[in-house]
Design a protein around this ligand. Structure first.
Ligand SMILES: Nc1ncnc2c1ncn2[C@@H]1O[C@H](COP(=O)(O)OP(=O)(O)OP(=O)(O)O)[C@@H](O)[C@H]1O
Ligand SMILES: [Zn+2]
Length: 721
């Protein structure tokens, strides 16, 4: 190659052409450094015919500076990057960036110095050093990482190095991961599991694209089944990617993986330390990372030799990324499997309607696990009508639920209360003047958090201490909390059952792997009687002594901007119900609702999943909603409201008039102010036949807006706030 076209990681720069200097070996996908004015840019060598750019005459081309010592981005991944950018109307460079680790990872090799405690504990310590000693047990990292972990300054830690309390350790940055052992602890599968596992093993061996929907009831052992596929891939020296919806679930997964394969898998997520990140990336691209577990971002890594993809809890909405590149990792995972020519398993007890539909259409092969493992029965589900079974004044748990909890406590069994709302109360107001605490940056009430004694916005993170007096009328001691959050339910439980040992499980309390690990160990060790949690506890966990699940407010999910509210409610309640009675003792589920006749509540009570899917399918078909029609959202935002509005009007005013596409809006978004930006939106409902993305591009590309205006396209949106 004499001249190359680069994809650089800054959409504003467009496509750049360069000359390849004598002696430099380049192929498509090579990651290179090129000069740009006085600066340098990183780019990927791309097929020139696939990137449109200005033709630059030969004589004006500047030479590339360097090829990075990393394998080229494989063609199959380049095609996936293009597909994703095209489908989600996102800049190619933003998608491509997700394939790269850090600059350090690209260079690879070498060593670094990390620090760890020496074990020396002097008799007298400054409070800061004492705190650092506590926080850094079993930790190792750079001074900066350790300072962050221990919440002390780097100076304090350097002082500790000088005093011999911390010691340097030289670390090989590319040291290999220990090998997973497919035969480490092979489970005895039951017949149903065996049949499913054999199919996955066969598919891995075949090395062809094959999408599976593993539809197994809660507690059926889906993990054990797809682990056999993982084992086969490892035996064949191929890599596996397991996507989990959120990091909170990883801890649980890691333990189970280690149990089965004798080592931990390779982790990939946004809060990895920089040395871990570069080590993992190198192992991924060189093919030595056998099994990579991660959240969405692990999807675009340049695996050398992928053999299987698993998307666990595939119905989870958090696979949809709602900022930056707005892609759905579940769907892109299937595309990736297609480009890689490997099987992909979507596992869930409550598959998305879209996935069910694809299975029905024969696109996915559906594999069912209809029974719980080990003879456990599915729980008995009862509806608790809050209009007739009224909780005591100022309380949220109805008498029947309280009785059931008392009963479990007496028997030494565990209960779980689920309410998908963090904090103490969703709204705080002044009893005297009616003042409500609102976020200055968002259209949202501030949520009281009693433990941290703060009022917080759940959208932008804005926080203020709870004031003594009303900021509006100055009256003291006049603030009232309206409605319950999990913290308030925890208070109520402490009042009703003071002897119960409780655990509060939310993203506020379970924010480190250690915290999650401790919680799981305590719940398994029966050191917790009652778990109170948000959606974080609805899935993945297996506590055999847990026999009662109370859904505090089943109607909550039906409010708000979720485009698939009924489905989401069904999934959340079915998942949390699935935590009950997973061991020898039968489970019971009580669902508190004010709408006992709603079809989703009825379906849950009757355990009639098919009825729910059938009703929801018809409703979607009537509305032209996915999977029968398509949605897209355009969100226009600016810090200047007038500017946002005029941009929104300009977009609305040029909307194409097509028979297979309906454009609604522009209208102020329900969250009309978010992180200080004013927001307007349009919703597009298109027939399946419509060329949605092409139309959107042709419509929006020619329009020009002031610099402060952002226009985001969301294809297949989930949330519509
Ligand atoms: N064949 C088996 N041998 C031993 N233990 C098993 C087997 N199958 C399942 N189990 C155990 O049963 C429990 C439930 O399995 P698992 O968590 O995989 O179910 P699941 O289908 O993923 O459930 P959910 O969707 O509710 O999370 C786990 O503790 C698992 O280790
Ligand atoms: Zn806010």
């Amino acid at each position: 190659m004499k001249r190359v076209r680069l994809l650089v990681f800054n959409a504003a720069l467009g496509v750049l052409d360069y000359r390849v200097p004598e002696g430099m070996t380049i192929e498509f996908g090579s990651i290179v450094v090129a000069p740009l004015g006085p600066r340098q840019v990183l780019g990927i060598v791309w097929e020139p015919e696939r990137l449109s750019g200005k033709e630059v005459p030969e004589s004006k081309l500047r030479p590339l500076l360097e090829v990075m010592p990393a394998p080229p981005i494989p063609e199959r991944l380049r095609r996936l990057i293009e597909w994703t950018a095209d489908y989600y109307c996102a800049p190619l460079s933003s998608v491509a960036r997700m394939a790269l680790g850090s600059m350090a990872a690209l260079r690879g090799g070498g060593t670094t110095t990390e620090y760890r405690l020496t074990g020396t504990e002097p008799a007298r310590l400054t409070p800061q050093r004492a705190a650092a000693l506590d926080a850094l047990q079993h930790e190792q990292g750079s001074i900066r990482e350790l300072a962050e972990l221990a919440s002390v300054s780097e100076g304090v830690l350097r002082g500790m190095v000088g005093a011999g309390l911390l010691e340097p350790v030289v670390v090989d940055l590319d040291r290999p991961y220990p090998a997973a052992r497919p035969a480490f602890a092979v489970p005895q599968l039951n017949d149903e599991q065996r049949a499913a596992a054999d199919i996955f093993v066969g598919a891995v061996t075949e090395r062809k694209f094959a999408p599976f929907l593993l539809d197994g009831v809660t507690g059926s052992g889906k993990t054990e089944c797809y682990f056999e596929g993982v084992a086969e891939a490892i035996r064949e020296g191929r890599q596996v990617l397991v996507l989990l919806p959120e990091i909170a679930l990883t801890e649980n997964f890691l333990r189970r993986f280690e149990h089965r394969f004798g080592v931990q898998p390779v982790l990939w997520h946004s809060s990895l330390k920089s040395s871990e990140r570069r080590r993992a990336w190198r192992a991924v691209v060189l093919g030595s990372a056998q099994v990579v577990v991660g959240a969405r971002s692990a999807l675009f890594l340049p695996y050398a030799n992928l053999g299987l993809i698993v998307v666990d809890e595939a119905h989870e909405i958090s696979f949809k990324q709602d900022d930056g590149v707005r892609y759905n990792a579940r769907d892109v995972a299937v595309m990736r499997a297609k480009f890689e020519k490997v099987p992909v398993v979507l596992a869930s007890a409550t598959p998305a309607l879209e996935s069910m539909q694809l299975a029905e259409a024969g696109v996915y092969r559906k594999i069912d696990l209809v029974g719980r493992y080990g003879g456990a029965q599915l729980p008995d589900i009862q509806i608790l009508d809050l209009r007739s079974e009224v909780p005591e004044r100022g309380r949220w748990l109805a008498p029947r639920l309280v009785e059931a909890m008392k009963d479990r406590l007496a028997k030494g069994e565990q209960s779980l209360l689920f309410l998908n709302r963090r904090g103490y109360a969703p709204l705080t107001l002044c009893r005297h003047c009616g003042f409500r605490f609102q976020c200055p940056n968002c259209t949202a009430w501030l949520v009281e958090h009693r433990f941290s004694k703060r009022l917080a916005c759940h959208h932008c993170g804005h926080e203020v201490p709870v004031p003594e007096a009303c900021p509006e009328c100055g009256t003291g001691d006049c603030l009232v909390a309206c409605g319950p959050g999990v913290e308030r339910i925890a208070d109520e439980v402490a009042e009703i059952l003071p002897e119960a040992r409780t655990a509060l499980v939310t993203s506020d309390t379970m924010n480190t792997p250690e915290a999650i690990g401790d919680f799981v160990a305590m719940a398994e060790g029966r050191a917790i009687d009652i778990i109170i949690g948000t959606q974080l506890v609805t899935k993945g966990y297996h506590f055999p002594e847990l026999t009662l699940v109370g859904v505090v407010d089943a109607d909550l999910g039906l409010e708000g901007g979720d485009l698939r509210a009924a489905e989401r409610t069904y999934q959340q309640v079915a998942q949390v119900a699935g935590r009950a009675g997973r061991g020898a003792k039968p489970g019971e589920v009580l669902i508190q609702t004010r709408h006992p006749a709603a079809s989703v509540i009825q379906a849950l009570a009757n355990g009639d999943r098919d009825a729910f899917y059938a009703a929801e399918t018809e409703a979607r078909r009537d509305a032209g909603a996915p999977p029968f029609g398509r949605w897209a959202a355009i969100i226009i935002s600016s810090e200047d409201q007038a500017e946002a509005l005029s941009a929104a009007r300009a977009i609305g005013g040029t909307a194409p008039n097509l028979p297979d596409m309906l454009v609604l809006g522009p209208a102020p978004a329900p969250l009309s102010l978010l992180r200080g930006r004013h927001r307007f939106r349009l919703l597009i409902n298109a027939r399946r036949s419509a060329e949605l993305q092409k139309t959107l591009r042709e419509w929006l590309d020619p329009l020009e807006f002031p610099r402060g205006v952002r226009v985001n396209i969301d294809i297949d949106p989930y949330s519509f706030v």
